[in-house]
Design a protein around this ligand. Structure first.
Ligand code: SF4
Length: 457
């Protein structure tokens, strides 16, 4: 529901049988991570490779899938560019796909151009691929990324030896391994593994380079990791609720976030409300947690249109708003009700303002907005675009950011409530947010909330 972009998802599988249908299915389970482009590469005698603009299930034809022969391969879904990207190299054909963001892309590209390299469009995936290829062997190439790249990457590289999978040394974006008697798989999210009758084995460790082939998973190299910095937003919004990220159930984290919002209301003098409801779908886990702790009835106030795209994939603001309207229709039951409305975060505030307006138009008596994340004060530089600083609603109020005291938070909440026409607004405090995620604070990236970069960039 937010204008949060540039997610993507990777999937790879090494199988005893033809693998393309598994990749297709795996990507379908990751489709929520990016809907603008999709692509599959498989290894047969060389690399077979097809990318498309659009969703996996809409774009790949049966004939194309039949042409993608091979028992191991990788796939990608994206909001930004076509991946995987296929290359002819001195170590043979390879295909590369990644999830994340290269902050120093321009600098790296200029350096490589000065050394005679050319680029097609200068996409991050080109830069990553060229750094890998330059080194001559895949493991050294992936290792070199950790020295050169400022930013985040979880990547898969398809080669004749198998699939290399790796996560940057901070582990910003998730990457998980699993399998069964027929196959070994790697995925951005566990849901693509557990829903395909495979067992989850473990997360790829930050800085680990894993080779996946007919012998299973082998750690080809473990680079030293200065600290972990898992993206906190994965549990609050990005990941699917049926996934397990770095050992924590996304559903449990979302329920906890909702519970802590309810606890704050209880501690501060309960808001009298008739129902607690989510902004679907990302607010569902939070609203259920709020319901559990407060005892207020859970009731939907929006009907989710599963056939409409996520609004952030639309290019223009007008298109996004139209799509958002198509996606959620108000249930008339809301008339006369006092509603606790739960959502994951507020970016610009336009979406939640429209939702509050829609509910009031349908006769809702009061709307109390409860937001699982602390206020977003800084744009993300590690692979999830939350727009520029000036566009963030909370930053318009507190130009200096970040929130340093409870008084500041309460003042901001009153200002936001006015801006979005709600009867009240509350965010989770940073402490409550971190506690709910069940991950030690020092292992999380919280940069979009507190402005502190967890790494050298
Ligand atoms: S800045 Fe925010 S969205 Fe970006 S990686 Fe860190 S926690 Fe995630």
């Amino acid at each position: 529901m937010k204008f949060i972009e540039e997610n993507c998802g990777v999937f790879g599988i090494y199988s005893k049988t033809q693998c393309v249908n598994d990749i297709y299915q795996g990507l379908d389970f990751l489709q929520h991570r990016g809907q603008e482009y999709c692509g599959i590469s498989t290894f047969d005698e060389g690399i077979n490779h097809i990318t498309h603009h659009g969703k996996v299930t809409n774009r790949f034809t049966a004939e194309e899938l039949r042409s993608l022969k091979g028992t191991w391969g990788i796939g990608h879904v994206s909001l930004r560019d076509r991946q995987p990207m296929k290359w002819q190299t001195r170590v043979g054909e390879i295909s590369v796909a990644f999830s994340g963001n290269v902050i120093n892309a321009r600098e790296l590209m200029e350096d490589m151009m000065n050394r005679g390299k050319s680029f097609y469009k200068g996409y991050d995936i080109e830069i990553i691929s060229k750094i890998i290829i330059e080194k001559g062997d895949i493991v050294s190439g992936i290792s070199a990324l950790s020295e050169k790249i400022k930013g985040s990457y979880s990547l898969v590289v398809l080669t004749k030896e198998g699939i290399y999978a790796s996560r940057d040394i901070y582990g910003f974006r998730p990457l998980i391994l699993g399998g069964n008697s027929e196959s070994y798989a790697v995925s951005s999210e566990s849901r693509a593994i557990q829903n395909m009758d495979m067992e989850i084995f473990r997360d790829v460790a930050p800085g680990e380079i894993v080779l996946i082939n007919d012998r299973g998973f082998q750690t080809a190299e473990q680079l030293s990791s200065p600290r972990r910095a898992h993206c906190a937003f994965e549990w609050a919004y990005t990941a699917s609720m049926d996934s397990i990220i770095d050992g924590v159930y996304v559903q449990e984290a979302r329920n906890n976030l909702g519970e802590s919002l309810a606890q704050r209301d209880i501690d501060e003098g309960n808001v009298a409300a008739d129902i607690v409801a989510p902004v679907p779908m990302s607010g569902v886990g939070h609203a259920l947690g709020y319901h559990k702790r407060s005892g207020i009835n859970y009731q939907d106030v929006f009907l989710y249109n599963r056939y409409a795209d996520r609004s952030y994939t639309q290019i223009t603001q007008v298109a996004r708003e139209k799509m958002a309207k198509r996606k959620l229709s108000v249930l008339p039951y809301v008339k006369g009700k006092r509603v606790i409305l739960c959502d994951d975060s507020i970016v610009r505030g336009t979406q939640i303002l429209n939702k509050v307006k829609d509910l009031k138009k349908a006769g809702a008596k009061e709307i109390h907005v409860r937001i699982a994340c602390p206020p977003l004060m800084y744009p993300c530089r590690f692979g999830i675009s939350t727009r520029s600083e000036g566009e963030l609603l909370a930053r318009k109020y507190l130009e200096t950011g970040p929130i340093l005291s409870m008084e500041q938070l309460v003042d901001l909440e009153a200002w936001v409530a006015q801006k979005i026409d709600a009867d009240s607004v509350k965010f989770n405090t940073m402490d409550a947010f971190v506690k709910s995620l069940l991950i030690p604070r020092g292992n999380l990236c919280l940069q979009c909330f507190d402005g502190i970069s967890p790494c050298r960039s």
